[in-house]
Design a protein around this ligand. Structure first.
Ligand SMILES: Cc1cc2nc3c(=O)[nH]c(=O)nc-3n(C[C@H](O)[C@H](O)[C@H](O)COP(=O)(O)O)c2cc1C
Length: 401
């Protein structure tokens, strides 16, 4: 995904969580430079950030008296985003007032890109008029804020003010960063997970899909620079970062969302294990075992891939074929019937591969006659290979932008 982040760490107890934020940003391909306030170093040693970012950490702007450059000006030419996490009440007030009396606040004034604040403090401080006012001034100036969560605070109190979940902060950061990589400029839609068809008020008809392959594909596409939308049913794995996620329940809901969203994308990867059947009439209320058994009448759900494949304004369409055995002919036939441009064939009977497994091995077949085998690897690595195998055709279709 890339992008350059200046991570500002101020002196709150949640400073240790910014170590996890730094690691996650680096893992997603971002370059990160850290500036700490002096008070932040009371909580975490700068060395931790230096080692994990691979760059010196700035604490004292007067520490290199013989160097000619003006650090904050040079850094602002490099940075896309200034993320301050945790942001103390003190730093919010200083930013709002334009105070520049240490390395972080001086840099904040020189910074030209987006500003993302992740405040963290005791509930009483969080609800104080001074903090409310500082935040409203900063928001008015265009700052983005990841609101703190509620729960047990380090001081023992219970309430609002806890630093937002690091994953949420990373997700918000990635959405603000420019997309760089071989898929930059492309919009990619991915469907993932199972759907759930109601049988009665509490029971559903679903399948064993964890959504892992679709989530891996969405994450890999975002990491390769694409703007990604994930349309998903209930997931058994964490959602991808830097991706717009839309949760649906039934095949009908997924179909409606797909109709609406797919034409706004350059490619659609239909990875979801959509229920093939749904009950004709869900039972009202809850079925009662004391009333004995019964027969569930099922009907096939509409074929989402074929419906999309038949549209003139469809994006480059990739379907997934989970077959028992490596049946290329069946997979190619599926691609043609659905009107798809490519099919990804995976053998669900192979030991340790497929639906609930961590690994996969696939063959990518295109309508234009291409074929690429992706050998067994974790789904995240397989996802990247699938995207790279099809990137050329997708870019060609969109005029190479
Ligand atoms: C143990 C301890 C925990 C603190 N936690 C927070 C906090 O979570 N949020 C906050 O706004 N201030 C917190 N403070 C107060 C700040 O450290 C203090 O306002 C300091 O001046 C902030 O400086 P800085 O914004 O330059 O880092 C804490 C202070 C101590 C001693």
């Amino acid at each position: 995904m890339g992008g350059h982040v200046v991570l500002g760490v101020s002196g709150g107890i949640a400073a240790y969580k910014s170590v996890e934020i730094l690691r996650s940003l680096v893992r997603r391909g971002s370059g990160v430079r850290v500036i700490m306030t002096r008070h932040a170093t009371e909580f975490v040693h700068p060395r931790t950030f230096a080692v994990l970012s691979g760059h010196p950490v700035e604490v004292d702007q007067w520490s290199r008296p013989t160097e000619p450059g003006v650090d904050h000006v040079e850094l602002s030419r490099w940075a896309d985003l200034l993320l301050i996490a945790p942001a103390t009440a003190n730093i919010l007030a200083k930013l709002a007032a334009g105070v520049a009396d240490d390395a972080l606040t001086t840099y904040a004034l020189a910074h030209r890109g987006d500003l993302l604040l992740a405040p963290a403090m005791n509930t009483v401080m969080w609800t104080s008029p001074a903090v409310r006012q500082a935040l409203s001034v900063l928001r008015e100036r265009g700052a983005h804020v990841v609101e703190p969560g509620s729960g047990e605070l380090a001081c023992g109190d219970e309430g609002e003010g806890r630093l937002a979940d690091p994953e949420r902060i990373v997700d918000a950061s990635l959405r603000l960063l420019p997309r760089r990589g071989p898929l930059a400029g492309l919009g990619i839609l991915v469907t993932a997970g199972p759907t759930r068809e109601p049988v009665d008020l509490v029971r559903v008809l679903t399948n064993r899909s964890s959504g892992r392959m679709g989530v891996a594909l969405a994450q890999a596409a975002a990491d390769l620079g694409a703007r990604v939308t994930l349309l998903h049913g209930p997931l058994g794995v964490p959602r991808p970062l830097g991706v717009a996620c839309h949760r649906v329940e039934t095949a009908a809901e997924m179909g409606a969302a797909l109709e609406r969203m797919a034409p706004r994308h350059d490619a659609a990867f239909l990875v979801a294990a959509v229920a093939d059947f749904c009950p004709v009439r869900p039972v009202e209320g809850k079925m009662d075992r004391r009333e004995g058994g019964g027969t569930l009448e099922l009907e096939p759900v509409p074929d989402l891939a074929a419906a999309l494949g038949a549209r003139e304004d469809r994006p480059y369409l990739v379907v997934f074929a989970a077959e028992a055995g490596e049946d290329r002919d069946r997979a190619s036939a599926k691609m043609r019937t659905k009107g798809a441009d490519a099919v990804v064939l995976n053998d669900i009977t192979a030991e340790g591969l497929g639906m609930e497994a961590a690994d996969n091995a696939v063959t990518v077949i295109t309508a234009s006659g291409g074929e690429r085998a992706v050998p067994r690897a974790p789904k995240e690595a397989v996802a990247r290979e699938i995207l790279l195998a099809l990137a050329g055709e997708i870019l060609e279709r969109t005029g190479g932008r």
